[in-house]
Each structure stands twice: as structure tokens, then as C-alpha cells.
Design a binder for this molecule. Structure first.
Ligand code: WT7
Length: 664
């Protein structure tokens, strides 16, 4: 147990000193909140209230933190599990909560986003600016025929227009479906097609490290013939390339705004009105359309953003380095921070452009106080070296956060020492696309932290561990479940209630949410997330399903069969390894390997490209023909093979082992 104070910030100039400092801290099991950290929000009352009566606690928070048109009288309806509703008879508008109420309170000139472009451009977007654009775009969308309940696709880079697009949908009750900008247009097509999107909002071109890719043209080629898609709205992005426009269907974003009426009163919507769909990978090739609704989701994002990071909207400058295309961006770049009325930094570019110090340069320039990123990013920064953050004054920072995957203690300590100067609490926030907001996490400055542990449930949240046969585990390893509904939980999978029930609520009954992670509980009741127990791979905090990657690979004409597994990777947490059997007498060479990787990038996106392709004459299968991925994982990670007795043909493994053994 230690208060690490500020004495550890010395090793920055000297690599050996830093190594020694980190080494010496590795034996520290627990970091108590530093005496130097002054928390701004009290939390004891919340904990006590939530323990006494979680529903009453959530009801009070919903009244305190959200602005309602019609107050709710009903809190949780659990009469039809797992189809829960929260605050169902209340009416509100989410964009009003994120914009109008701040402007009405005289905070219209407060900066919502300090946007920083890849080439160093700066744009200051105030709450009043956001409100003005949101109203015009909302009217513009209506003029294109969008009505409450219609789906609008959003495929945009990290520019303020992405927030405007989301808020404009929320203002008129349209359901947004954001696709991460790094996904391939064919993945956009799939997501638009299954959700019957009426309109897609995209960009002419997107910049990445000095190069601009034509987005709209690629979108046209893939989506041009979708029958439901009536219009494409095109933002002229910072990479401004111009774009082919189809008359009658396509419209420039700036022209739509210029001709739209400036006022669009927020439409009062039911608390359970659908807010967005976000596709995430599951254990089959078909991505899951996770559906969130209005009030419960907003409450989760607003409350946890405030409580976990100890946010004071009047003084904090907040920065979450994620992309809006992921749930982290939805909850902790757009909805949580805007609902709380905070000033944020939004950065367009990559962490290594123009140089490896860009993030730290931005923290210094905007005097960021709260910084939220992913373990994989921290490990990459460690690789680049402490000299890059060492060039900048990071003394404005007071709270650090991580999300996406378990953080290894070494990376936690580096973050603590090099970025946090030993004085900033680290909040390791565990949650999922499905949970809408963080569920297990320290409260900055309140919870004692242990490097690698997401620590304790947040107020109002009831996680537990179960054994394979459903017995409670009070200490040790088990299957992570949530035993009580919480406001920001997903409501269903879009148009697929059956898969919703089957995926999350079948194993231990209809009122126990099965997370899909294994975890360990220690003697202090701290949760340590181990990782996924389904066929989901976590690459740099991004979820990919083995089946999805396999079906992309198999779609290539040269491939007969493929099996995809995860391999431990120091940088990305996990990396994709594909075992591929080629068709006919094609042999695996470098050219074919490059072709396959490119093929996967085109079908899903670059992040799904296999790190390694291993050519296999045959794949290990059970007698019933099921591929034994467990054994392939052993091979990929160079481990002793597990049980092979159920294999149809054990010789297959011998051949593979011999091959990989020599290839490495
Ligand atoms: C999966 C959810 C939540 C936004 C980012 C990912 C893993 C997430 C942590 C953490 C250990 C974590 C879990 C989870 N995960 N945060 N702090 N510690 N693991 O959202 O794509 O829905 O993935 O990410 O395995 O189930 P997602």
C-alpha cells in the first residue's frame, strides 16, 4: 500500500531511471488515492443510496441529471424479462439535454469541442454553434423525408459534423447507425442494408497521415443500388476532395444547412424511443445490431462520465482519444460530455502524425485535465519512448482513464508515472457496447486502485461471477454476469429479439445478463477481467468475430477453408492468426498472403487483416467436423498442445506443428 505522491516523475530524462522506478513499483499491489488529489464531487451518498435501493437511486439521478418534458412516474419495468424498460412514461429530447439546456443557462459560448485537425488546423465549436448546426441539419434531414424511427447511417471521420449528425438525429427521433470510419465501404453497405437506412451522412474524402482517401466515391460504388437508401448527405471534409454527386439523391451538407430553417424545436420523445444502433461483433459472422434507447442510455453516459472521472464542467478540459464510431465515442465523446456541458478536445488524426508527440502536444496546448485512452495506445507510446511525452508540460492532467481490454500492470505503471506524473488517479473502466456506459470502474480519487483491475462495481450496478453450472463464485475465477437491470443496457438486437435473448439471457435464465467475459474476484471484492469466453477477438480494444474474418477469407476464390484464432500480442493485446487451406493446387506464397490480407481489408477493414497467415493442408477437426480452434491457438502461441484425443485425424496436428515450428 502506498501513496506514490509526486516523487516518481524524475525518471523521464533517463531511461534506466524510469525502468528502475517502474520495476520498483511493480511490487506495489494497491494505490490509495493520493492526498494531493482533491475530488470535486462527493460520492459516498451515491454509494449508500444505490445500495439501499438501486431503483430509487436511478430515479433520483434521472431527475437530477436530465431535463424532462414530461416527468416519469414509472422507473424500472421488469415484468417481462429480459425486455426491461426504464422511465417509460417520461418524455424528453436527448439533443435538448446536450445542447439547449446549456445554452438556456447562459453557457452557449462555452467551447464544446476544441477540434484539432491533422495538419494543425484549429476549430472552436461552442455549445451555441452545435445547437445552431444541429437544428439546421435536423430540418434538412426532415426535408429529405426522415421521420422519427427512421434509420440514418453516419460514416464520418473525427470532425465536429459527426456530433452534429448524431444530435440532429436525436432531435427528430431518427435512429442513428454510426459506422467506424476505418471500416470498408462493403461493411458500411451491410450495416445500412440490414438496418434499412434511409439516409447516409458521409464525407467526400478522409485524411490519414497526410494522405486523403476518396470516401464518397467508394461509398457510391458499394451502396449506390441500395433500395431503401434515398439520399446521401456529403460533408466537405478537411481533406476536401470534392465528390461525384448524383442529382436528386446526393446533397452537400453545407448546402443542406444553408437552405434549412434555423429553428427546429426539440421533439419530445418517449424515454424508450430508440436512439441508435451500433453494430458489434458477436460469435457468428453476422454483426449484432445493438439497440440503445433514449433516457436510460443518456442517464448512464451522463452519470458515469461525471462520477468516474470526477468531472467539473466549469473547470475540466476533457479528452477521449477514441473514435466516435465505437461505443466509447458515442458515450464518452458525444453524449456523456455534452450532456454534462463539458469542454472537450476532438482530434482528427493519428497518434504518430506529424510526430510521436502529437497527443502530448495537444494535452499541453489545450491544458487537458482528464484524458481517456486505451491500453493498446499506451503500449504503443511505451514503445516510442518516454522522451515524447517528456517534451511537453502535462501538469494540467488530473485524471487518467483506460478502456477496451485488460491493462497489464507495466503499462498501467508507465501511464501512472510518465503521463500522470504519479499524481493522477487511473480509472480502468470496464464495459461494453451492450452496457452503454461503464459498469465496473474505480471512481477517480475515491477507489484504491490495483494495476490491472477494473476494481469495483459503480453505484447501482450488480455484477457477479458464476461457475460453469451457475453457482456463485465469491473468490476466484468465473463467468461474469450482471444480475440486475441497469438503465443504459441494450434493449434488444435490432429486429432480432430472439438472438438478443439467446446471446445474453439464455445461459442462466432471463434475468441474468451474460457478459461474455471471464473474470476473477479477489479477497477484497475487486474484479479482474480476464477476457472473452466466446469467439470474439479483441484487437487493440476492437471487437472482431473469428467467424466474420473467416467468412471474409473464405470468400476469396483461392481459399478452400480457413480458421481464425487470436494470438497474444504485446502491442495490440491480441492479433489475428489465420490458418488457411488453399483450393486446388495453389500454393501459399507471399503474393497470395498479401492478396488475402488486402482482400480482408476490402471486405471488413484494415483492422481485420490477419497478422499471420499459416498455410495448412488440413485443419484439425473433431469427428463431427468442428474445427478445434483451441488447438490452433496452442500452435499460434507456440504452446504445448492441449488434448488431441477427440480429433478425427491426429496426423493433421503433427503436420501443422512441424510446419509452424520451422516457419517461425
Ligand atoms: C469488451 C467489450 C467499452 C468500450 C470499448 C470496447 C473488453 C472493455 C475493458 C477493461 C478489460 C475490457 C471486454 C468487453 N473490455 N473494457 N477495462 N478491462 N476488458 O467495447 O467493443 O463492446 O468490447 O471489451 O472483453 O467484453 P466493445
Amino acid at each position: 500500500m502506498t501513496d506514490t505522491g509526486v516523487s516518481v516523475s524524475t525518471g523521464l530524462e533517463n531511461v534506466a531511471d524510469l525502468e528502475a522506478t517502474l520495476e520498483s513499483l511493480l511490487s506495489v499491489e494497491r494505490f490509495d488515492p493520493s492526498a494531493a488529489f482533491t475530488r470535486r464531487l462527493p460520492m459516498d451518498a451515491d454509494r449508500a443510496a444505490a445500495e439501499a435501493d438501486p431503483n430509487a437511486f436511478w430515479a433520483r439521478k434521472a431527475e437530477e441529471l436530465l431535463t424532462w418534458h414530461t416527468p416519469f412516474t414509472q422507473v424500472l419495468d421488469d415484468s417481462n424479462p429480459p425486455f426491461y424498460t426504464w422511465f417509460a412514461d417520461g418524455m424528453l429530447n436527448l439533443s435538448e439535454n446536450c445542447l439547449d439546456r446549456h445554452v438556456a443557462a447562459g453557457r452557449g459560448e462555452r467551447v464544446a469541442f476544441h477540434w484539432h485537425g491533422e495538419e494543425g488546423e484549429r476549430r472552436t465549436v461552442t455549445y451555441a454553434d452545435l445547437l445552431a448546426d444541429t437544428q439546421r441539419l435536423a430540418n434538412g434531414l426532415r426535408s429529405l423525408g426522415v421521420r422519427a424511427g427512421d434509420v440514418v447511417g453516419i460514416f464520418l471521420p473525427m470532425i465536429p459534423e459527426v456530433a452534429v449528425a448524431m444530435l440532429a438525429c436525436a432531435r427528430i427521433g431518427a435512429v442513428h447507425n454510426v459506422v467506424f470510419g476505418g471500416f470498408a465501404p462493403s461493411a458500411v453497405r451491410e450495416r445500412m442494408e440490414v438496418s434499412d437506412a434511409k439516409v447516409l451522412i458521409t464525407v467526400d474524402g478522409a485524411r490519414r497521415k497526410g494522405r486523403t482517401a476518396p470516401v464518397k466515391a467508394a461509398v457510391d460504388a458499394e451502396l449506390g443500388d441500395l433500395p431503401a437508401l434515398g439520399h446521401i448527405v456529403v460533408v466537405s471534409g478537411p481533406g476536401g476532395t470534392g465528390a461525384p454527386m448524383t442529382a436528386g439523391r446526393d446533397v452537400w451538407y453545407h448546402e443542406l444547412l444553408a437552405t434549412a430553417a434555423p429553428d427546429c424545436p426539440p421533439e419530445p420523445l418517449s424515454a424508450e424511443h430508440p436512439l441508435f444502433i451500433l453494430y458489434s461483433s458477436g460469435s457468428t459472422a453476422k454483426p449484432k445490431g445493438i439497440l440503445h434507447t433514449t433516457a436510460g442510455y443518456l442517464l448512464g453516459a451522463t452519470y458515469t462520465h461525471r462520477a468516474v472521472f470526477d468531472i467539473d464542467p466549469d473547470t475540466d478540459v476533457y479528452w477521449c482519444s477514441a473514435d466516435v464510431g465505437w461505443i466509447t465515442g458515442h458515450s464518452y465523446i458525444v453524449y456523456g460530455p455534452l450532456s454534462n456541458g463539458v469542454t472537450s478536445v476532438m482530434y482528427e488524426g493519428a497518434p504518430d502524425y506529424p510526430d510521436y508527440d502529437i497527443w502530448w502536444r495537444l494535452i499541453e496546448e489545450y491544458k487537458v485535465t482528464v484524458f481517456y485512452t486505451a491500453p493498446t495506445a499506451i503500449r504503443t507510446c511505451i514503445k516510442w519512448g518516454a522522451r515524447y511525452p517528456g517534451r511537453h508540460d502535462l501538469s494540467s492532467l488530473r485524471v487518467l482513464g483506460t478502456v477496451g481490454e485488460p491493462i497489464n500492470p507495466k503499462a498501467w505503471l508507465w501511464y501512472h508515472v510518465v503521463i500522470g506524473g504519479g499524481r493522477c488517479p487511473i480509472v480502468d473502466t470496464w464495459w461494453q457496447t451492450e452496457t452503454g456506459s461503464a459498469l465496473i470502474s474505480p471512481l477517480a480519487g475515491v477507489t484504491s486502485t490495483k494495476p490491472g483491475s477494473a476494481t469495483l462495481p459503480l453505484p447501482g450496478i450488480s455484477p457477479a461471477l458464476l461457475s460453469e453450472d451457475g453457482e456463485p463464485v465469491t473468490e476466484g475465477t468465473g463467468i461474469l454476469v450482471i444480475t440486475k437491470p441497469w438503465p443504459s443496457m441494450l434493449r434488444t438486437l435490432y429486429k432480432d429479439d430472439e438472438r438478443f435473448v439467446k446471446t445474453y439471457f439464455s445461459r442462466f435464465g432471463p434475468s441474468t445478463y451474460v457478459v461474455g467475459d471471464a473474470a476473477r474476484l479477489d479477497a477484497d471484492g475487486y474484479f479482474w477481467i480476464i477476457g472473452r469466453i466466446d469467439d470474439v477477438i479483441n484487437v487493440s480494444g476492437h471487437r472482431l468475430s473469428t467467424a466474420e474474418v473467416e467468412s471474409a477469407i473464405v470468400a476469396h476464390e483461392a481459399v478452400a477453408e480457413a480458421a481464425v484464432v487470436a494470438q497474444y500480442d504485446e502491442q495490440t493485446g491480441q492479433a489475428i492468426v489465420a490458418f488457411v487451406t488453399l483450393a486446388g493446387d495453389r500454393s501459399g506464397d507471399e503474393a497470395t498472403e498479401a492478396e488475402l490480407r488486402e482482400h480482408v481489408a476490402r471486405r471488413i477493414g484494415k483492422l481485420a487483416r490477419p497478422r499471420r497467415i499459416i498455410w495448412a493442408d488440413d485443419l484439425p477437426k473433431t469427428r463431427s467436423g468442428k474445427i478445434m480452434r483451441r488447438l490452433l491457438r496452442d500452435i499460434a502461441e507456440g504452446r504445448e498442445l492441449g488434448d488431441v484425443t477427440t480429433l478425427r485425424d491426429p496426423a493433421v496436428m503433427a503436420a501443422l506443428t512441424a510446419k509452424v515450428g520451422t516457419a517461425r
